[in-house]
Design a protein around this ligand. Sequence first.
Ligand code: ZN
Length: 221
Amino acid sequence: MQQRSGGSLLVEIQPFLVITDQDYILLDSGLGYRNPDGVLQIHQHLINHGVNPMDITKVLMSHLHKDHSGGISTADPVTGQRNLSFPQATYYVNAQEMQYAFDNDGKSYHADDIRILRERDNVVFTEGDGSIDGYITYEVTGGHCPYHQTFLIDTGDDKIFFGGDEAPQISYMKRRFAAKYDYDGKRGMELREQFKERGIRDGWTFLYYHDTKVPFGKLTQ
Ligand SMILES: [Zn+2]
């Protein structure tokens, strides 16, 4: 999926689906765009791969910038009524990120897309670091935005790391630099060093949300 934002900057994005023995896990929810025929693009991608969107059991959100959270909910084109795009899933969102998104509604955040999270029961607002069902761990990182979180899914066979915008592209993992658009560029740089070290040591598969050329892979020295 692509989004043109301001000027001529083209943002390419891809949410991920991880299927484990017990879950269909979606990692970030995409832009929330519809196809010309009105079907949500992310729903169509899932259907094309034989997955019913109703089968998604968990939606793990790294943060709530609109290019990651636009697909959390969709408005009915006729009634305008908002519904969760994955009504059978439990959504995991950092509690402070939720508040921060409302306090900073406008440029990077779009409160209308995410307000529904406060009105539904199937949402877990995470605080700090923790774990989900004994095999998914999350850490608040705070480099890209103050309450950004990352996820590590340990299936027993594989360790799958979703760094969200702390590790958005493979090229970011290969050179040391502070990104201007990060909330805390120096912290972002240090986080990438740390993830790289842990990822090489423990054999993580990295998922890169903003890298459509190299969407995932393991890192080597
Ligand atoms: Zn992003």
